[in-house]
Design a protein. Structure first.
Lengths: 463, 145
């Protein structure tokens, strides 16, 4: 077809050319054409040549025109192919893609859109969201379209659209499409269904809320039980000691004022009552210390453990009923720590008190209070050469009421080391022990330096 | 040594009896006056206008008391011009830090914990009385009062 047209055009041009040449040689026409005198043949030839050139140019133009036509149709073909490819791309995604003009009328939707909203792309062209969705929803979509138009570049938003199982949430990107003059004539929207994500997010949020509530409940319970413990300890300190003091007091009065009216056995029994009240008093005090170690707010300040140790040693020596006991006690000077002085005193009272007690049967008793550089921290220790303990019982050592020695052998409530453990744990430090039966024991502990007390609160569950 | 009485505020009869005996052993049995609650203590120390006022050498005050608690009694003693300088010794079974702190904050002169052992307690009472009666210089009476 194309070829035939070209051939016809070529023939036509040749005919015109032939006529022109003929006319050129006819003087009248030639004159008319050239506008000159017909007496000379030279201009005529020139004119002929000129006309030939025009004819040739026309042929060339015709050929170019033909080529241009071919190019245009090729481009059209290519564009059509490209459109098909692009359609394939937008049709094979799980996202919903649509193109609306600046008035909100649909230009194009992808297959996902067709399937989701049960409408064919041929049918949707020209419709608006108000023809398809509930008014409020359509208003939102339109508002977002206008926002994208005004913004001039892609913007992102969340949109809600109806779905068979209820409203679904989409994350949508919208951007204006501009023509060659820069005028925005359409909006493209790409919406991805994030309903599952949203639901998971909501579930996570709900779980979090529940968890927070549970933590609040537990904390309240814990606070309530701490208050109960507080009240209990207070009542132990007041109400339990009071009758005990009466028992001890009146037994002593009996022994003092009525000793002559009691026989030897009677006096012996009363002495046993007194010894028992004494033990019970000590037990109550230790229990109070234990609960106090867990309850009281830590009031930290720089503490000189050497001075505290010296005081404890002096107390022990003073309390010795049979005068001086020969114990060699070495306290390393200037042991500096940071903690609650009253509680750390309790730690030393228990550790040094134990060392004092368990060296009672040693002729060359030795107690050493000092420190050593541990793994990047200072490790304090109280060491003795007393009765020691079997390392097999290590895990019983810091548990309340667990004793590794029989009561007949060494007296004690079995709470002392539990108190030590609690106090050190509340300070954020560690405590451990080494021992060998008959060779002695060593108790080590660490205390976090000043400015590093945060760890203490973390270990408060140790309470 | 003054001849003024010693006022003990103690609600437990057992404790009152034992304390009385401890004072008797220290030779101060006739000096001890015992009231059994905070209200009675305040009525004796801070009576209404025209009523006779008790002016003890010092007060031994428990914390856990019926009607008006010990710390409340202490506060009222310190708030009144007539008893502002009266020595008050807290004598209690408690060794709670909070009690000790509050006692001093409200103006106690001393805090003594009752030991379980009666012998120790009797000794404590003897030393305590000796200090507050013989060693301590009481505040001279204000000429304005």
């Amino acid at each position: 077809m194309q070829h035939r047209r070209t051939i016809v055009a070529s023939i036509l041009i040749l005919v015109i050319l032939a006529c022109t040449v003929d006319l050129a040689f006819s003087p009248a026409v030639g004159c008319c054409l050239s506008g000159r005198s017909s007496s000379s043949a030279v201009p005529l030839i020139t004119e002929t040549l000129l006309l030939s050139c025009i004819a040739l140019a026309a042929v060339a133009a015709a050929v170019r025109f033909r080529e241009a036509g071919a190019q245009t149709s090729r481009r059209l073909e290519e564009a059509r192919e490209e459109a098909k490819r692009l359609l394939k791309v937008i049709d094979n995604t799980s996202a919903v893609i649509y193109l609306r003009d600046s008035d909100g009328r649909y230009l194009l939707v992808n297959r996902q859109y067709e399937e989701l909203f049960a409408i064919r792309r041929e049918d949707i062209v020209g419709l608006t969201d108000h023809d398809l969705f509930p008014p409020a929803m359509a208003d939102d979509f339109r508002a977002n379209d206008l926002k994208a138009l005004a913004h001039g570049s892609p913007i992102q938003m969340e949109e809600i659209a109806p779905h068979a199982d209820g409203p679904h949430t989409y994350i949508t990107v919208k951007y204006p499409i501009v023509d060659a003059t820069g005028r925005a004539y359409a909006i493209c929207g790409i919406s991805t269904d994030i309903t599952e994500l949203k639901r998971a997010e909501e579930r996570a949020r709900q779980l979090n809320t529940e968890l927070e509530q549970r933590v609040r409940d537990r904390t309240a319970e814990l606070e309530a039980s701490t208050r109960e413990l507080d009240a209990f300890a207070y009542s132990v300190s007041h109400d339990l000691r009071a009758p005990l003091r009466a028992v001890a007091g009146f037994s002593e009065v009996l022994l003092e004022d009525y000793a002559d009216r009691l026989d030897k056995d009677g006096r012996e029994y009363l002495n046993r009552v007194l010894a028992a009240t004494d033990r019970m008093g000590g037990l109550i005090d230790d229990l109070l210390d234990l609960s106090r170690a867990a309850r009281v707010e830590l009031a930290r300040s720089p503490v000189n453990l050497s001075q505290l140790s010296e005081h404890v040693v002096a107390e022990l020596r003073a309390a010795e009923p049979d005068g001086e006991r020969s114990v060699e006690i070495r306290v390393e000077p200037d042991l500096k720590a940071f903690g609650d002085p009253a509680l750390l005193r309790l730690v030393l009272q228990n550790l040094i008190g134990n060392a004092w007690k368990f060296t009672a049967k040693k002729p060359d008793a030795r107690i050493e209070i000092g420190s050593a550089a541990g793994d990047g921290e200072q490790v304090f220790f109280v060491r003795d050469n007393g009765a020691g303990f079997d390392m097999r019982y290590l895990d019983k050592l810091f548990v309340p009421f667990q004793r590794v020695h029989s009561f007949d052998e060494f007296s004690g409530s079995g709470i002392g080391l539990a108190i030590v453990w609690r106090i050190i744990a509340r300070h954020g430090g560690r405590v451990w022990a080494e021992g060998e039966p008959g060779a002695g024991a060593a108790f080590h502990f660490t205390l976090p330096p000043r400015g590093d007390e945060g760890a203490a609160e973390a270990s408060r569950e140790a309470r | 040594m003054t001849n003024a009485p010693i006022l003990l505020v103690e609600d437990r009869p057992d404790d009152a009896l034992l304390t009385r005996r401890a004072f008797a052993k220290a030779g101060l049995g006739d000096r001890l006056l015992v009231v059994s609650d905070g209200e009675a203590c305040l009525a004796a120390l801070l009576p209404e206008e025209g009523m006779p006022r008790l002016s003890p050498a010092f007060v031994l005050l428990d914390i856990n008391l019926p009607k008006v608690g010990g710390l409340d009694v202490l506060r009222q003693i310190r708030a009144d011009e007539r008893t502002r300088h009266l020595p008050v010794i807290i004598l209690t079974t408690s060794a709670e830090r909070r009690d000790i702190r509050d006692s001093y904050r409200f103006g106690a002169n001393s805090f003594v914990r009752k030991p379980v052992s009666y012998a120790e307690f009797a000794e404590t009472v003897r030393v305590l009385s000796a200090y507050w009666l013989a060693v301590n210089q009481p505040c001279p009476p204000d000429p304005a009062c």
